[in-house]
Design a binder for this molecule. Structure first.
Ligand code: MN
Length: 195
């Protein structure tokens, strides 16, 4: 069984103001993530998934047609925890050298990441992943996650409307700019690269 306490925010809910409101974090972390956790617990009870670690649930349920709901909720728990760790007060700004170098410079990285995040139709995620020796920017739809495809996530942005609608309404591009310029936790990105 999983609990929200296993996936705490690394900062106070008001520390990302004005780029992300306290209300958004209360709703997104305290309600959306909490609901994915509750649904996952309810779905795995008395199944072969009940005692597996989260990553194993994701990998096994990804190839199990009878476990779509388990996959969706498990993947959303992982994706959200990873995304919230990608945020930091006074974050953003110049990417770390590993990322700038991998994408032909800081400006080019930001513009490629932004294009991918804007171009994702509907709900989903924009990622920097590490796959077969290279860094790539990619998107996944709905709950899908790089973990299910054997890729290593490095950076994630939630572009489901619930991630930004209270603060930016329909202006997804402004949310992406605020993420890149003011919220990315580059220390966490660096840890992911070093792993
Ligand atoms: Mn979300």
């Amino acid at each position: 069984m999983f609990s929200l306490n296993q996936f705490p925010l690394q900062f106070a809910e008001n520390e990302l103001v004005p780029y992300m409101s306290e209300q958004t974090l209360k709703c997104h972390h305290g309600r959306h993530l909490a609901t994915y956790i509750k649904n996952l617990n309810d779905l795995i009870t008395a199944t072969k998934y009940a005692d597996m670690p989260l990553i194993e649930i994701i990998k096994k349920s990804a190839n199990d047609d009878s476990a779509k709901k388990i996959f969706n909720n498990a993947a959303q728990v992982f994706n959200h925890d990873f995304f919230f760790r990608c945020l930091a007060p006074r974050g953003g700004g110049a990417p770390i050298a590993e990322i700038a170098n991998a994408f032909d410079g800081a400006d080019n990285f930001k513009s490629e990441f932004k294009s991918a995040a804007i171009g994702l139709f509907g709900s989903g995620w924009t990622w920097v992943i590490y796959d077969k020796g290279t860094f790539k920017i990619t998107t996944t739809a709905n709950a899908d996650t790089p973990i299910a495809h054997g890729m290593t996530p490095i950076l994630a942005l939630d572009v489901w409307e619930h991630a930004y609608y209270l603060d930016y309404q329909n202006r997804r591009a402004d949310f992406i700019d605020a993420f890149l310029n003011n919220m990315v936790n580059w220390d966490f990105v660096k840890e992911n690269i070093q792993k």
